[in-house]
Design a protein around this ligand. Structure first.
Ligand SMILES: Nc1ncnc2c1ncn2[C@@H]1O[C@H](COP(=O)(O)OP(=O)(O)OP(=O)(O)O)[C@@H](O)[C@H]1O
Ligand SMILES: [Mg+2]
Length: 349
């Protein structure tokens, strides 16, 4: 038996469903949603159902969710299930692009349009032709490029840099962000009109910790996949290991879960797995009650305001390090990037 029977009850239903889906897949051609997207929680299925409807249309979709929740994966499935499936699916990552580079990559340029333009460039929008263009990390697009993108979305006409005549392009746009775009709009880092235009159908992928009922089902799926790929036996997980996997908050979401499943199969295929074999962060995540009894932070009976507490602690860390953000981040046990993100979130200067 792969999993302890006691813990497998919830998953049993999922696995049976999967077996059934596999059976149907052999019988009739299933949609890519069922074939590749794994998940069974109501929160996840709600997104998938909306995505099915979106796939059949040409509407612009905005996929949001934390890192590793499956935004690009879903974008590819939407494309595969759309009438454009036989046409190209191209991805452009909008992070860290200067305005000129972003414009040139998206809309293309004519030779000589600027100093470095030594040949014509078609750009992603025209290359994707009548297929789908996936704009990853769209929240990072420079503001001026955002304005041009909006113009393109409204008119369907692409104007390459250095050209005077726009070209009509029938491309479908799917955008993704792991930032809260409405907060970016509030902070004037993202154009509100573009946000409304992209957000016609918002598809929000929930983090794994908010659908913990499917963690073990997904884990098993990835273990089976890895066993097949590497021709190895599955490891045998004990009850406590499974509990720890289920309780871990999975900050890297499905990607982190998939990578661990792969690693466990490669290193421990066919062997017994106890908590000692799990990564330290997973072993220690299930010890909340231990931390409490060992004198860690005690939640007052009347509760707290989490955001307020976070902002207060950050202010104290900055005060203690005379405003040095790197040292403050170390004091808080978070990365400098995470601190910068939280400073913005709480509008702390
Ligand atoms: N529902 C799912 N079913 C099966 N596999 C999934 C699912 N969701 C995510 N994955 C797996 O997780 C991996 C990471 O997903 P993806 O690259 O789409 O995340 P992302 O949301 O784009 O993350 P990032 O914001 O870091 O770019 C995928 O390659 C896929 O293997
Ligand atoms: Mg991605």
């Amino acid at each position: 038996m792969f999993f302890d029977q006691g813990l497998a009850d919830v998953n049993f239903v999922l696995f049976r469903r999967r077996e059934w889906l596999q059976y149907v897949a052999d019988e009739i051609s299933m949609s890519a949603f069922d074939r590749t997207m794994q998940g069974s929680s109501p929160a996840f299925l709600e997104v998938i159902n909306a995505a099915r409807i979106v796939a059949a249309t040409d509407v612009t979709a905005l996929l949001s969710g934390e890192t590793g929740t499956g935004k690009e994966f879903l974008a590819r499935v939407i494309h595969a299930e759309s009438p454009r499936a036989a046409k190209p699916f191209l991805t452009i990552n909008c992070a860290s692009l200067t305005e000129q580079l972003a414009d040139s990559l998206l809309f293309g340029h004519r030779r000589g349009a600027f100093t470095a333009a030594d040949s014509d460039n078609v750009g992603y929008i025209r290359s994707a032709g009548s297929g789908t263009l996936f704009l990853d990390e769209v929240g990072e697009l420079p503001l001026a490029t955002q304005a041009r993108l909006l113009r393109f979305l409204e008119s369907g006409e692409c104007l390459p840099i250095g050209e005077v005549t726009p070209v009509r392009v029938d491309v479908r746009i799917i955008a993704a962000t792991n930032r809260e775009l409405s907060a970016e709009v509030a902070a004037s880092r993202f154009r509100q009109d573009l946000f409304f235009r992209l957000n016609i159908v918002p598809l929000v992928l929930p983090p794994l910790r908010e659908r913990s009922e499917e963690i073990l089902g997904l884990f098993r799926y990835f273990v089976e996949q890895a066993c097949e790929t590497y021709k190895l036996e599955p490891p045998l997980f004990d009850t406590l290991s499974l509990r720890l996997l289920r309780e871990y908050p999975w900050p890297g979401n499905v990607r982190e879960l998939r990578n661990l499943a792969k690693r466990m199969v490669i290193l421990l295929g066919g062997r017994d797995v106890t908590p000692d074999n799990l990564p330290a962060e997973i072993r220690t995540a299930g010890t909340v009650s231990d931390a409490e009894s060992a004198g860690g932070f005690r939640l007052p009976a009347e509760g707290i305001v989490m955001d307020q507490l976070e902002a207060d602690v950050i202010r104290q860390a900055l005060a203690r390090t005379a405003g040095n953000r790197s040292r403050a981040a170390r004091l808080l046990g978070i990365s400098r990037d995470t601190l910068l993100y939280r400073l913005k979130k709480h509008s702390i200067a």
